[in-house]
Design a protein around this ligand. Structure first.
Ligand SMILES: Nc1ncnc2c1ncn2[C@@H]1O[C@H](COP(=O)(O)OP(=O)(O)OP(=O)(O)O)[C@@H](O)[C@H]1O
Length: 214
């Protein structure tokens, strides 16, 4: 196990005063995977938003290791369909930096991830012209092409067929072997079982953390 990259302590979160999470504690180390599971509405997306800094906790703290880079695949991404982006452009966005052109490494990383996720033949298609699974693969590619220390992915394999799921898990395993931490939400027990640790949310008041058997 590596150094801690994310530390969640006594976190509570409420939407308009309605409790969603209470007293959540979690430590995520480098080179590990954590699956966040639980029923619809149990707070998985909310927890991931807190980890990524999209939301702030009402109580407690979420600390990311200083200087650590985080890539997020949100669950709700419909806004991007309104943009006239091709698949290739959408993946390239993962490598954009202010005031800097994409360099050779960026283009190589984009090509590689598009090959690995079987997107090359779709490169010039607009996002809104894709099937659900093709669109999801494109957004996963945009997240995984980023150079990050923590990948936070909300239901990354939803809408994917078995081959694509396996490809995504292979890519995640590679990121973890390279030292990154991966946190993903999932409804699928088989998907969750691939993680080193599972956080099961059970509504506003309960959660459990389970380490995978070694
Ligand atoms: N923007 C919001 N405003 C108010 N309530 C919200 C908001 N977003 C989520 N909620 C509520 O917070 C709770 C947790 O939602 P969240 O999306 O985190 O659950 P989830 O476990 O990711 O669900 P799912 O499995 O359906 O994706 C739910 O009861 C939901 O109705």
């Amino acid at each position: 196990m590596g150094a801690e990259v994310l530390t969640v302590e006594h976190v509570a979160f409420r939407y308009a005063g309605i409790p969603v999470l209470r007293d959540v504690n979690l430590r995520v180390e480098a080179a590990t995977t954590v699956a966040v599971t639980g029923a619809n509405g149990s707070g998985k997306s909310t927890l991931l938003h807190l980890l990524a800094g999209v939301e702030e906790p009402a109580e407690g703290s979420v600390r990311r290791r200083a200087g650590c880079r985080l890539a997020l695949l949100p669950q709700r991404t419909s806004g991007i369909d309104a943009l006239p982006l091709t698949v290739a452009e959408c993946v390239q966005i993962g490598r954009f930096r202010p005031r800097r052109r994409l360099n050779r490494d960026d283009h190589a990383a984009v090509s590689t991830i598009m090959e690995r996720l079987d997107l090359v033949h779709l490169a010039r298609r607009r996002l809104r012209e894709l099937s659900g699974g093709q669109r999801q693969r494109t957004l996963i590619a945009q997240a995984l092409v980023q150079v990050a220390d923590i990948y936070v992915l909300d239901e990354p394999t939803v809408a994917l067929d078995a081959t694509s799921r396996q490809r995504v898990h292979d890519l995640l395993a590679e990121r973890v072997r390279a030292g990154a931490a991966v946190v993903y939400a999932s409804h699928d027990d088989a998907d969750a079982a691939l993680a080193d640790r599972t956080v099961r949310l059970a509504g506003a008041v309960e959660y459990t953390i389970t380490d995978a058997p070694v």
